[in-house]
Design a protein around this ligand. Structure first.
Ligand SMILES: NC(=O)c1ccc[n+]([C@@H]2O[C@H](COP(=O)([O-])OP(=O)(O)OC[C@H]3O[C@@H](n4cnc5c(N)ncnc54)[C@H](OP(=O)(O)O)[C@@H]3O)[C@@H](O)[C@H]2O)c1
Length: 422
């Protein structure tokens, strides 16, 4: 095989193959042999020793070498990774990738290309690192109609939210995540929800056998959250999570990534720190949950090597793992149609009649209030903070109501708008 990339996951994969190669060879009846490793910088120090004659900066020495059966793409980013994967598949090489962006944006077309060239395309490491969720959706739950999916699939944001739950501010929690290597120096892909959107696109495409594109998934990040939201949530029996959710409803599939209040009794409420979990609802199995480490060199390499072993098995039996993504082809509903309860935190003038004004605007959109709490008044500015919990409302209606509320002269700021999960 040829590896494209020898960074965190590439080095982890090479290290695992070096340590477990013999044992793996005995159990699968074939030896996984690395022929070449593509990198950008030949001189860069690496976490593993790679023989100099294996390292290359020329992708064609892997993609066009007929002696290479399997290409393992661990470079990351959309380009040139997607071109390299497509070229490998067109050259009838099996491909393993950990690249969520490429699979989320181009997965169905690449799977189709793999099918047409009679080769396997595996991507277990692209979602949930060490959690074998792709294989479960591809194989183990194939006899189920999956109706709903809830997931915590970004370890960085879950680490930050857990630290905030324990009393840290957003900036302190982010700095700690960066110090421990969980967050990159530019954390925007994680904290703005983009990474979770890619993973949710992959999971919902497989779960619902319908192509769900990242652009069809609603996305709100965690950067609006403040420490006080965690305190208010805890007081009402909730924790806050960046929840990826997708449901099949009467109109079609609706999917979104949102900071969400989750009851402390919910299965996902106890998923802390960098851990990930995926909760599925299937018509044969009912509720089913997978839990484990979502990233890191060792868990991710475990998934990459499992895919390599599956390909080695298939090669020996002369079969390929076909997957047809869009036999059901259900419509994708605008996330604005999603029905949910809401937590609203607002800064308002501390004077009589303010609540009645807000309630009236909400009522025009048929949104009723379930509870209101006034938390503190700043005596110098006369501004009070209130938290409103609504009953279930359509997201589009609640956004329209909030746009009006923002313009009331008694409202200084809408500080947080969070979904509330049952
Ligand atoms: N890190 C995780 O915990 C994790 C978990 C799950 C999935 N993933 C996915 O795994 C993939 C790899 O992530 P990573 O963290 O291992 O990344 P990384 O540490 O940045 O490593 C990337 C590697 O690819 C090489 N590379 C990048 N662009 C290249 C190009 N244009 N030509 C040649 N070589 C190139 C780099 O070469 P140089 O070393 O010479 O710069 C480096 O060896 C990504 O798709 C990521 O989303 C990562």
């Amino acid at each position: 095989m040829g590896l494209l990339g020898a960074g965190v996951v590439g080095s982890g994969t090479l290290d695992l193959l070096a340590r477990r190669g013999e044992q793996i060879a005995r159990s699968i009846g074939a030896r996984l042999q690395v022929r070449r490793v593509l990198v950008r910088d030949l001189a860069r120090p690496r976490a593993v020793t790679i023989p100099a004659d294996q390292l290359t900066t020329d992708p064609s020495t892997i993609l066009d070498d007929p002696s290479i059966d399997v290409v393992v793409e661990l470079m990351g980013g959309e380009n040139p990774a997607v071109e390299y994967i497509a070229r490998a598949l067109a050259n009838q090489k099996h491909v393993v990738t950990a690249n969520k962006e490429v699979i989320a944006k181009h997965g169905p077309e690449l799977l189709d290309l793999a099918n047409r060239n009679d080769v396997n395309l595996f991507f277990e490491a692209s979602v949930g690192g060490g959690i074998p969720v792709i294989s479960v959706l591809r194989h183990d739950l194939i006899a189920n109609e999956i109706t709903s999916l809830r997931a915590i699939i970004n370890g960085t944001t879950n680490f930050i939210l857990t630290a905030m739950e324990q009393g840290r501010s957003y900036d302190e929690a982010l700095a700690e995540a960066q110090r421990l290597g969980y967050a990159e120096s530019d954390p925007s892909n994680d904290v703005r929800g983009t990474d979770a959107v890619y993973k949710l696109a992959i999971l919902s495409t497989l779960a619902f056998r319908t192509n769900v594109r990242p652009s069809q998934i609603g996305c709100v990040g965690i950067d609006q959250l403040r420490q006080k939201d965690f305190k208010h949530a805890a007081g009402m029996g909730y924790v806050i999570k960046l929840l990826a959710s997708a449901d099949v409803g009467a109109k079609g599939i609706v999917a979104s990534v949102r900071p969400t209040l989750i009851p402390t009794s919910h299965h996902l409420a106890s998923v802390k720190g960098v851990f990930n979990a995926v909760l599925l609802d299937g018509d044969q199995i009912d509720k089913f949950m997978l839990y484990g480490q979502g990233a890191g060199a060792r868990p991710t390499a475990s998934a990459v090597v499992a895919d390599l072993c599956a390909i080695a098995h298939n090669l020996q039996r002369g079969v390929i793992d076909r997957i047809e993504i869009a036999p059901q082809d259900r419509p994708i509903v605008d996330p604005g149609d999603m029905l949910s309860r809401y937590y609203l935190r607002l800064q308002v003038a501390d004077r009589p009649g303010v609540l009645a004004q807000i309630a009236q605007v909400l009522a025009t959109k048929a949104i009723s209030i379930s509870s209101v709490m006034q938390h503190e008044t700043d005596e110098t500015t006369g501004v009070a903070e209130i938290v409103i919990m609504t009953h279930a409302a359509v997201e589009r209606d609640s956004a329209a109501a909030l746009a009006e509320i923002r313009h009331l002269d008694s409202v200084r700021e809408i500080s947080a708008v969070l979904r509330v999960e049952r």
